[in-house]
Design a protein around this ligand. Structure first.
Ligand code: ADP
Ligand code: ZN
Ligand code: MG
Length: 482
């Protein structure tokens, strides 16, 4: 691979989380009984007329603004004509010539620095239905069934410039993109449910060359990991061909997750011709500066700005700020906890180590933070107040909070974890530990400080770990004054 450079451009489809579909009032909820969320309009029956969903336009503009795009002031929808059973009208309403948003960029970290990946366009279109094949794959299926619940859900397509240079960069770009789309709350972006889908275009060229090579397009990438693995595979495959002096065929390839390979699906030598033309049933749209300005004004603080604020306002290291703002939910959680427990670095440490471990266990499609901010505040206060120690908090209380959703105070009580911080309760135990270990005591009195750990340990053992170690330490020092 050293002799070649990868050139990658992504096409990302994102289902918008509007309540209703793009041209009718059918609901968009995922997982409903098949064919219960459709009507004559989204089924494209003759004689019906579509009417644009204003929210879908607004969400698309939001995405464009968050991706530093220009916003069109005059735009319209085109019909993209083709036949497929999941498209009952035999045309998809999309935007060919006048995308709502264009010429943007997204900044992604590379190595020590950052680079801008160009956003060619963000346009609005309608989602198609879903084919359910009665078999393992479409090839061995005896027949296919169709569910039109999805038909007509508003969908945006985000097309990047071919600015990405490695599989890793592609993954980081996608993670950043999803983070932003979730911050602005226009989609749940669940790759496994298909509300965020990515096709990857890739070609190689000799290092130093400024011309592009022939590209292939990889489909069926439904996780970040798949995007990365598929691109790594495809880079190697193309490099092998080029090294042997064989051409890369322009084609669409399918990623086989099980086998870990890409497979040729169809050639792109013959250009598909969609006979696009402006949809005569939909009026062109003029967007006012006021409306765009209003949407811009309502944008939430985006991840980059929030990261910088976390550094300035809470004095967090760059790394902490980066991790904490990598999801809106996590950043909100952090700020809520700090409201109740004003020690940002301690809160950050807890979230980045303990809490993130639970989140990561849920995998790439994390359902969220499995405890409340109030819960974490209470836990930190219990530690600070000496009621429990840090180890008990991490090993006993936190897992129980996550598993059973109980408050830390309740757990401490039920498990009898309160630290003994009362000298009168510890007096007798300390005395008997010293009595039982005369040699160690002699060592200590003779100047061996490190045996203190052993003595404290014995008291902890006798109290099943409940004695407050700092207090025990003080008591022993007091008794054995040298
Ligand atoms: P097509 O005509 O095949 O649809 P486009 O020019 O519309 O190609 O680009 C589709 C996607 O492919 C974009 O994300 C673009 O950045 C990317 N792309 C274009 N040319 C190349 C190339 N030579 N290598 C890799 N990606 C490319
Ligand atoms: Zn409908
Ligand atoms: Mg194209």
């Amino acid at each position: 691979m050293h002799d070649f450079e990868a050139v990658i451009g992504l096409e990302i489809h994102v289902e918008l989380s509007t309540d209703s579909k793009i041209f009718c009032s059918c609901p968009t909820a995922f997982g409903a009984e098949v064919n219960t969320q459709c009507c004559p309009i989204c089924l494209g029956l003759p004689g019906t007329l579509p009417a644009i969903n204003r929210k879908a336009l607004e969400y698309t503009v939001k995405a464009g603004l968050a991706l530093n795009c220009q916003i069109a002031r005059h735009t319209w929808f085109d019909r993209k004509n083709y036949f497929y059973p999941d498209l009952p009208k035999a045309y998809q309403v999309s935007q060919q010539d006048a995308p709502l948003c264009f010429d943007g960029y997204l900044e992604v970290p590379v190595g020590e620095g950052a680079k801008r990946v160009g956003i060619n366009r963000v346009h609005l279109e309608e989602e198609v239905g879903k084919s359910l094949h009665a078999g393992e794959t479409i090839i061995d299926a005896a027949y296919s069934l169709l569910d039109y619940n999805r038909a007509g859900i508003p969908l945006i397509e985000i097309v990047t410039e071919p600015d990405i240079r490695s599989a890793e960069e592609a993954q980081v770009f996608l993670e950043r993109l999803r983070n932003i789309l979730r911050y602005i709350d226009i989609s749940d972006c669940k790759m496994q449910e298909g509300s965020l889908r990515c096709d990857a275009n890739i070609s190689l060229r000799p290092k130093g060359s400024t011309e592009f090579g022939t590209k292939t397009e990889i489909k069926n990438l439904n996780s970040f990991r798949a995007v990365r693995r598929a691109l790594e595979y495809e880079i190697n495959r193309q490099a092998g061909l080029l090294r042997d002096g064989r051409p890369v065929e322009p084609e669409t390839r399918h990623w086989d997750e099980q086998k870990g390979v890409t497979i040729a699906m169809r050639s792109k030598r013959q250009a598909s011709y969609y006979r696009c033309f402006a949809d005569p049933d939909l009026v062109p749209i003029d967007l006012s500066d006021e409306w765009i300005g209003q949407i811009e004004g309502e944008l939430p603080e985006l991840p980059g700005a929030r990261r910088r604020r976390f550094i300035d306002e809470y004095g967090l290291p760059e790394y902490d700020a980066q991790v904490l703002t990598s999801s809106k939910e996590m950043a909100d959680f952090f700020e809520e906890v700090v409201q109740g427990y004003n020690d940002p670095k301690t809160v950050s440490n807890w979230i980045m180590t303990e809490i993130l471990r639970y989140v990561n266990e849920q995998g790439e499609e994390a359902e969220g933070i499995p405890l409340t901010a109030t819960g974490l505040v209470e836990l930190l206060q219990l530690i600070e107040g000496g009621v429990i120690n840090r180890n008990q908090a991490k090993e006993i209380v936190l897992p129980e909070m996550v598993a059973a959703g109980k408050s830390p105070r309740q757990i401490v009580k039920e498990k009898g974890l309160e630290q003994i911080s009362d000298t009168s309760q510890l007096e007798g135990i300390v005395a008997s530990v010293l009595e039982a270990n005369p040699d160690v005591v002699q060592d200590y009195l003779g100047g061996k400080d490190k045996v203190m750990g052993f003595l404290v340990g014995q008291v902890l053992k006798a109290t099943k770990g409940k004695a407050n170690p700092r207090l025990v330490n003080e008591m022993i020092r007091e008794k054995l004054k040298r």
